[in-house]
Unconditional design. Sequence first.
Length: 583
Amino acid sequence: MHTSPTAATHLKFEGVSQTFGARRVLTDISFTVAAGSRVGLIGENGSGKSTLLRIAGGIDQPAGGSAVAVTPGATAARVALLHQEQPFAPSHTIEQALRAATAPVRAALDELDRAGAALAGASNGLPSTEHSGLHPASAERDYSAALDNAERLDAWQLDATVEQMLAGLGIAELPRDRLTGELSGGQRARLGLAWVLLNVPDVLLLDEPTNHLDDSATEYLVRVLQRQRSPVLFASHDRAFLDEAATALVDLDPAPQPEMRTAPLVQDGTGSGIGITRFGGNFSEYLAARAAARVRWEEQFAAEQSELRRLRAAVGTSHTVGHEEWKPRTETRMAQKFYADRNAKVVSRRVNDARSRLEALAARQISEPPAELTFAGIRGARDTNDDGPAIVATGAAVAGRLAPVTVCVETGKKLLVTGPNGAGKSTLLGALTGSIALTAGELRLPGAPRVGLLRQHTEFADPSGRGTARTVSETYVDGVRPELAEAVPLSQFGLIAARDESQPLGALSVGQRRRLALAILLAEPPELLLLDEPTNHLSLALADALERAVMEFTGTVVVASHDRWLRRRWAGEELRLEPGKRS
């Protein structure tokens, strides 16, 4: 009989390494996610967060090491991963997807019924087709295990749980007979999240779970995760969510050797001398601790390099004692030999001592802090002192997608557009670009500014037809034209590491592709800059830098975002959309 592992299941990474071509993404990663803990993976784009989750989910095999869900007994653990590929086919209806998601829970109830029947038969001395000859003690153990499993899965509340989950994630109104392939990207993402949670796996893996969630859905997800008894490992760039959901953080960016660690930072070493950092606090606290650790790392590296230079010099100069031209007062051969022997012994001792200290320090020296990507900001669209409005909307509406909006945005101002899923944030940005036509009202852009949009889903111009086989540099040139790429090189933005410019586009992470799209957009900054969920998939450091750059930009900016961290610190104007009545 199969029963799910108990709450003692934990996820263990031992020496996990991964490479893509000549590029090493993960190096000797080791840490454990205990039962009941919620560990957030953080790090720069391309640091391997999604790769690590795919390895843990069994989708990819590591180049070295292992990721294993360890259970108390021999029973295999069920592992579920939320990532870009949904766990249901486009040809399936929502009802079929939900039935597949809840199959393990319904199977637990069926197993309990079978075990109950076997127990009743064994107790009454009756034969059982499925459990013939089962001893009453064995039947009782099987029934107890099946009962524990059903209780762990909260199997008797399945129907209510499904309804609560769909309502909590904002998709309860979708018809159950609708094909999942007909859903919007955000709806599919939320159904995928519901699928993984309703599956009640023994190990839960989530890749950017809040990207398509509004405030209420995110708050619901936090409550669901806080009730989890299984180990949870998730990657997120949502700073507020990290603060609320994670019980610990694992930073995949390079960290110094253990000599540099200070509580509550705990560094898991790697064979390369650079390790990951595990932090037992929330994200806000980690920011300060990480910054202080970086300063200490840089200071210790500089001190060690200075000491190494001194010791190397000492090894080279410690071959004499006293002045080189000094001669003993007596000129007898015996005296000269005595002083020469003494000098040789002292020199040998000094050289050996300096060499020993040099070798010891060289063997344990910390690695040089790697250069960090630093976003260069947004060049001014133009030196403008223009007064007057840049955007004028009067009752602007799109039937079924955007309720009437009336707003005026002055030139050079910054507007944040918020609201729940389905309120029309992306639709409003599309109307501003002219790609979506209004069905009512009026929308004007006085002064006819150049408009540029960073979309949620990155797409790149492909005149050569080579697709993702193009290098990052070639994709940038295709996006901005050769003469502009030469005048404004990709390297000047601080968005893509130099080592990645020659990588094929297909080797980039989702976050790195978003960085590239941002660079293409900003090579010739538009006068009206539109950003749709700009912090999605961006590293935490870049999200902060982009927020600052937006406020310093001389052009007009409209940002559509559900990012609560961004909204809490927003210093510009704000427009909140509500689904309301559709035109």
